[in-house]
Write a protein of this length. Structure first.
Length: 345
């Protein structure tokens, strides 16, 4: 897709960056939903009718009764009153409704731009792909929630949680790349194949790192080791291979997952430092260079604070800040990768 950057695209660019901001908010709402234990409070998926919360006292009682049938309510939140339930219901309801709002914000202007002939044919295909990805993300979210709507599982599957998280970040990546194509002039880019290859590796490692961030959140793995720089006094902690197999350990063992999550953070920091040094002679990368190094250092710092303060439960503020900087780092590296992409004349 090679779209011409013109002044006429300004409204479309604003629209796309608005979408980027809304997706960021949506991911953060997902983090709040997870950390407050709100994800299983709404036990039904009603894409249209579910936009409204229960409107009467009896409707609230009915929703609460359905929640009380699942294991999380019976074994963790059996002390909940209706007021407690309304609190967790609010976060899940807001998370779902923000997703609905994103769909409206993307769809309505899209139709308007087509009618006004502001969107050329080269944009229609990518936009349809965007709508498909958005709908798929909603479906993945429900499949994730459904994994916890039973008496056996007290939380949603951390594997499905990670898939839901990465799918959202994939949507963020797609929209941001689309917006960059329309907003960054050719003279602001530099053909640097070596740096682009390195930034590609950095992005790949970051994606794996973010997957493990999803595992960390889903399993509350920060509670497995709340020390730094060591992991419970070890560099390679015992107990990392106790799940009965290598694959099981790297996907289900909290201490192993935290070890990998930390290791990938250190590796990524080193690679970004190397990329920073190698890019010093390229003026077009000045902003991305500074942003990448600052963001990765902040991300590591916030990760350390989150771990050190996870003595009883994971602190909401630090965890959300850590998640936000993870998204920021992804966007910075996508930007850096785009700036070194081949320029078509």
């Amino acid at each position: 897709m090679d779209m011409q950057q013109t002044k006429g695209n300004r409204a479309i660019v604003i629209w796309l960056y608005t979408g980027v901001a809304m997706i960021i908010v949506q991911v953060l709402l997902g983090g709040i939903t997870r950390l407050t234990g709100s994800g299983l409070s709404i036990t039904e998926w009603k894409p249209i009718l579910g936009a409204l919360p229960p409107m009467t006292e009896s409707a609230w009682q009915d929703a609460f009764a359905k929640y009380q049938e699942i294991g999380q309510s019976k074994y963790i939140n059996s002390h909940f009153t209706l007021s407690d339930f309304k609190w967790i219901y609010f976060w899940e309801w807001l998370h779902r409704n923000w997703a609905r709002l994103i769909g409206i914000v993307f769809f309505v202007p899209f139709i308007y731009f087509i009618i006004k002939k502001k969107i050329d044919r080269s944009m229609i295909g990518p936009m349809i792909t965007l709508f498909i990805l958005g709908g798929l993300q909603g479906l993945i979210g429900w499949i994730m929630v459904k994994s916890g709507l039973n008496e056996e599982n007290l939380y949603v599957s951390h594997i499905r949680l990670a898939i839901h998280f990465i799918a959202a970040l994939g949507l963020l990546w797609y929209v941001l790349w689309f917006a960059l194509k329309l907003s960054v002039p050719a003279e602001h880019r530099a053909e640097a194949p070596g740096l682009r290859k390195l930034s590609g590796w950095m992005l790949g490692i970051l994606v794996v790192q973010l997957v493990y961030g999803g595992f960390m959140a889903g399993l509350h793995a920060a509670l497995a080791a709340t020390t730094w720089p060591s992991i419970n006094g070890f560099w390679a902690p015992p107990g990392m291979f106790t799940e009965g197999g290598f694959l099981a350990d790297i996907t289900h063992n909290p201490i192993t997952i935290q070890f990998i999550h930390r290791g990938l953070a250190y590796l990524l920091t080193i690679l970004i430092a190397i990329w920073y040094i190698k890019s010093l002679k390229i003026p077009q990368l000045q902003g991305a260079r500074a942003a990448a190094l600052f963001t990765v250092l902040l991300q590591v710092f916030l990760g350390v604070l989150t771990v050190l303060n996870s003595t009883v439960k994971i602190p909401l503020g630090f965890a959300l800040a850590h998640q936000f900087t993870g998204m920021a780092l992804l966007m910075v590296l996508v930007w850096a990768n785009y700036l070194t992409a081949p320029v078509r004349h």
